[in-house]
Design a protein. Sequence first.
Length: 411
Amino acid sequence: MRLFNFEAGSRSVIAISFADLVRTLGRSSAVLMLPIYFLEVRHVSFIVIGSVLAVASIVASPLSLAGGGIADRIGRRPLFTLLPLLSCLLFSSISAEIFLNVPVIFLFLTLVMTWPVSSLQGTVDSAVISDVTLPQERTHAFSLMRLAANLGFSLGPALGGIVSTVNFGYAFIIPAAANIVEEFVYLRYVKESRPLLTTQRKREGRRVRLPLDDRVFLLIALVLTFCEFCIGQWGNTLTLFLSHSYGYSTASIGLVYSLNGVIVVLLQLPVNNALSRFSDTVRLMLGMVLYSATFLIFGLTDILGLLLVNVVFLTIGENTFSPTSTSFVSRIAPADRRGEYFGSYNAMVLFTTPASSFLGAALLTWFSGTPDIMWGIVSALCAMAVLLLRLSGRKVASSGREYERQTVEAG
C-alpha cells in the first residue's frame, strides 16, 4: 500500500496527520516538562502532582463521552475548528502564569482544563479518519496519524527541554503557536464527514451515553483500557523517575522521548508490514510483551546509552499495540455512532488514568530508591495484560471480524 493511497479520504488523512504532527510537537515540548517544573521549581510532592493529573483525567472523561456524542449529532467540523482555539488560549494562559509566578493552584486549574480539550481533539480526529476510510484501510490510516504525531514528538521534548533551561514559561508558547497552525489546516483542508444518522439514531435524540448495548465493544474496551492503564507509566511517571532517581537533566529526558518519536517515524510502517499476517490479538499481545520487558529494564540500569536502546524496543511495542487498538474500535463502531464509540472508549481510558497516575505517584514515593522493584511491579502488570488479551482473544478476534463485515455491508 502506498503511503497515502486511500479510496476517497486521502486529503483529510493527510491534513489531520499534519495537524497531529504540529499539535504533538507543541504539546510534547511543554507538557512533559511541567511535572519537572512542579517538582523542582515549585517543590510540589509526587503525590500532589499525581493527584492533579488524576483530577485532569476525571474531568476529561465525561467530557470525552459527551463530545463524541455531540460530534455524531452536530457534525465533526464545529468541534475540530473550535478546539484548537480553546487549546491556544489555555496554553497561553499557562505560559503567562509561569512567567508571573502566580500561586500554583491557578496553574493546576488551567492544566486540568487542557485535558478535555486534548481528549476531544483525539476523539474527533479518530471519527473523521473512520468516516473517510474503508475498514481495511484504517490500521494504515491510524498508523500514518501516529507516524506524523511522533515526528512532532521526536522534535518537541528536545525543544522543550532546551527552552526550559532558560524559563519553563517559554515552553508553553510553543503549543499555543502550534494551535494556530493547526486551526488553519482544519479550516482549509478538512471537510465535514459525519455520516447521515439512521432513523433509530434520530429517535434517540441528543442523549449522551455509553454503548452499553454492545457487549463486544465493552469487552474489547475493558481489556484495552487495562492495557492503557499499564502503559500509562510511560510518560509522567518515567519523566519524574529519570529526573529524581537517576538525576537526568531536562535535556537528557527530552532526548529519551525524542528518540521514541524518531523510532515511530522510522519503524511504524515496516512494523505494520511485518505483522500484517498476524491477527489483531496476537499483535496486541506482542506489543504488551515488549512493554513488559522494556519497563523492567528501566529499573535495572541508569546508563543513558542502554536506556536509549531500551526505548527503541519499547517503541516497537508501541508501534505494534497503538494503531491496532484504535483500528479495533473503529471497526466495531456503527457508522453513525463512531463519535460515541471513540468518545466512550477514550472516556474509559481517561477514567482509569487517575488510578494509573496514583500508581505512578505511589511507586515513586515508596520505591524510587529501589528501581528494580518499582519497574518490576509495572512489568508484572503488563504481563497480566498479556494474559487477559490471551484469555479474551478468541472472542475479541471473531467478534471484530463479524462487526467489520457488518460495517462493510451496511455501507
